[in-house]
Write a protein that binds this ligand. Structure first.
Ligand code: ADP
Length: 428
């Protein structure tokens, strides 16, 4: 997957959306907690602590503490004192503001401290300074920090739980992808009895029903084809009695078409599950030349691209001839009046033998690509005399190639037209 495709996949995934919702909720929660602490709890606590502290200091001031007692209180409670009065002046810390400065900042704070100025019974003045805001500041940081940590832990845990919870959805997605690629041998494992479990059950039942329907369709085709053989044979005998030569020729042509159709249907069914193949070692290059010669007089004709004179491969000769004939027939049939000759080549790449049929026709639309090898699929549903066919040619080719342990695929050329690529395993 390219980086862009991966990013798009991540952006569109339900999992990402759920995690995003969780993160958004966590962020909102954090903002709420912060707002509560900063806008409500902080001021309320400050105000009530301030009240208590003022009360305390007033009491201390009226007991007229000495420098030693003020120093001792300062160390114990982290409250610094300055005194100025008739019996001298002292301060328990160096950088305490003057009384006048402290008075100015009494209502708020100055250089991180709160101040309280009060007079002593002997006419002197005390300044008390404490760093309440710094402690509150720490509390303001610690509370959101702890909340953030808790939220991160919850999000992390929920991420894991979500991953496990959504696993059946991923399995179902894989199942649907494989089903759309034509793989019917799938059973999505059921992990839980919840909605996903019910969905998995329903999906597996649906696959079972599709399998049954395809089996019934194939059986019907087989039965009808078998049953049609005898009446067609009888009609062929009766045809001999038709006196009008024109009518006889037309009827014979129709009869031949019916016979081809029945033959193809029976062949398609015979090849089911890779049955009915018997291989011998053959030179595939010679086979290509032999089949291509049949198209010498059909424009735009077929050219065998020279590679090596001999490539040996284990194949059922008649069946592989059918594959190449079907591909060349299509390539010729769908060529345009100005198309260059169809090209066919065989190459070896060390692990496989690759046969490639390249035409210069209209190509295949991306929409039709996945259905191309389905039985009875035709891009143009109306069957014209020129492109006449039942949409079985490619599906028969696919069954034959797969019975050989190979693969067949179609792709559009860079310039114009389509290429069909058959890959066969190299002989051991
Ligand atoms: P049909 O008997 O209709 O040719 P096939 O199974 O051989 O049946 O092909 C299925 C459909 O695939 C065709 O109807 C045609 O629309 C498309 N197709 C096959 N080969 C080519 C090609 N070389 N170029 C364009 N379209 C093709």
């Amino acid at each position: 997957m390219s980086e862009r495709a991966w990013l798009l996949h991540v952006r569109q995934s339900v999992f990402t959306k759920l995690v995003a919702i969780m993160l958004a909720m966590a962020a909102i929660l954090l903002v709420l907690v912060l707002a509560f602490v900063l806008l409500y709890l902080g001021p309320v606590m400050n105000a009530s602590i301030d009240g208590v502290v003022h009360e305390y200091m007033h009491t201390v001031a009226t007991t007229a503490p000495s420098y030693e007692r003020a120093k001792e209180i300062g160390e114990r409670l982290d409250v610094q004192t300055r005194y100025e009065g008739p019996d001298g002046a002292w301060a328990t810390a160096e950088n305490l503001p003057t009384i006048a400065e402290a008075r100015r900042h009494e209502r708020g704070s100055f250089s991180g401290r709160h101040y309280y100025v009060t007079s002593a019974p002997n006419g002197g003045t005390y300044v008390f300074a404490w760093k309440l805001s710094e402690r509150m500041h720490t509390a303001h940081l610690v509370v959101p920090g702890v909340v953030l940590l808790l939220i991160a832990t919850v999000v992390f845990a929920a991420h894991g739980v979500l991953r496990r919870l959504l696993l059946p959805l991923r399995w179902l997605g894989d199942g649907v992808t494989r089903l759309s690629e034509g793989d019917l041998d799938i059973a999505v494992p059921k992990r839980s009895g919840d909605e996903f479990g019910a969905l998995t059950d329903a999906f597996n039942r649906m696959v079972g029903r599709i399998k049954d329907m395809i089996r019934a369709r194939d059986q019907l085709l087989l039965d009808v084809s078998h049953e049609l053989r005898s009446p067609v044979t009888r009609l062929k005998v009766a045809l001999e009695l038709v006196a009008d030569p024109d009518m006889k020729a037309r009827m014979a042509a129709d009869m031949a078409e019916m016979e081809i159709m029945i033959g193809e249907l029976l062949e398609f069914e015979r090849l089911r599950d890779g049955r009915g193949i018997s291989t011998t070692r053959q030179n595939v290059v010679a086979l290509l030349g032999e089949v291509a010669r049949n198209y010498d007089d059909r424009p735009p004709s077929v050219r065998v691209v020279p590679t090596t004179p001999e490539i040996l491969v284990d194949i059922d000769l008649d069946r592989m001839r059918t594959v190449i004939r079907n591909l060349l027939e299509n390539a010729i049939k769908y060529s345009l009046p100005d198309s260059s000759p169809v090209e066919v080549s065989a190459t070896q790449n060390g692990q496989a033998v690759v046969i490639r049929v390249t035409d210069d026709g209209p190509g295949i639309s991306e929409r039709d690509m996945p259905s191309l090898f389905e039985p009875f699929f035709r891009v143009d549903r109306s069957r014209s005399k020129k492109t006449g066919g039942y949409g079985l040619g490619l599906s028969i080719a696919k069954r034959i190639v797969e019975a050989h342990g190979g693969t067949i695929a179609a792709e559009n050329n860079a310039k114009r037209g389509a290429s069909f690529v058959v890959t066969l395993p190299e002989p051991a």
